[in-house]
Design a protein around this ligand. Structure first.
Ligand SMILES: [Zn+2]
Length: 149
């Protein structure tokens, strides 16, 4: 069953639904340098469209932003974040965060990414990450704690 485009957060704020994809190849993680705000290096992510399921959004966003096909996925976190703004001016997002196995060849979507590539764990530490990805990578234990900017 699909979900609505906008919901209401626990604090009563308008809320979007988002998916995130942690995509790893060997010891490297797929990141894009975002064209649109919030800026920074980020994994594949996007809003769940109206009537879509989070799983459908995951497969669609991964294909659109990276060219890769999702073959297997596993939900890691299902979590409401009320500090995570998007370009549509909404700060509350209900996230469905997955780890994925993918197939195919990476291609850059110029509307979404200045750059796309695979980054080693030690490189993540020094990248200017989008705040929500700082949060996910910390949660995964991939980077040290940072103060949120
Ligand atoms: Zn949003």
């Amino acid at each position: 069953m699909g979900i609505p485009k906008t919901g209401v957060s626990k604090k009563g704020l308008a809320m979007h639904y988002s998916v995130g994809a942690l995509i790893r190849k060997g010891a490297r993680y797929l990141l894009i340098d975002r064209v649109k705000p919030p800026y920074g290096y980020a994994g594949i992510a996007g809003h769940v469209d109206e009537g879509e399921t989070p799983e459908q959004a995951l497969v669609r966003e991964t294909k659109e932003e990276s060219g890769l096909e999702v073959r297997k996925f596993n939900l890691l976190y299902d979590e409401e974040l009320d500090w995570n703004y998007c370009s549509k001016g909404i700060t509350a997002h209900q996230w469905y965060f997955y780890e994925c196995k993918t197939e195919g060849k990476v291609r850059r979507d110029s509307k979404e990414a200045k750059q796309i590539g695979w980054f080693a764990k030690k490189e993540l530490e020094n990248l200017a990450l989008e705040p929500v990805w700082t949060y996910w990578f910390q949660k995964q234990g991939l980077i040290k704690k940072r103060t949120r900017g």
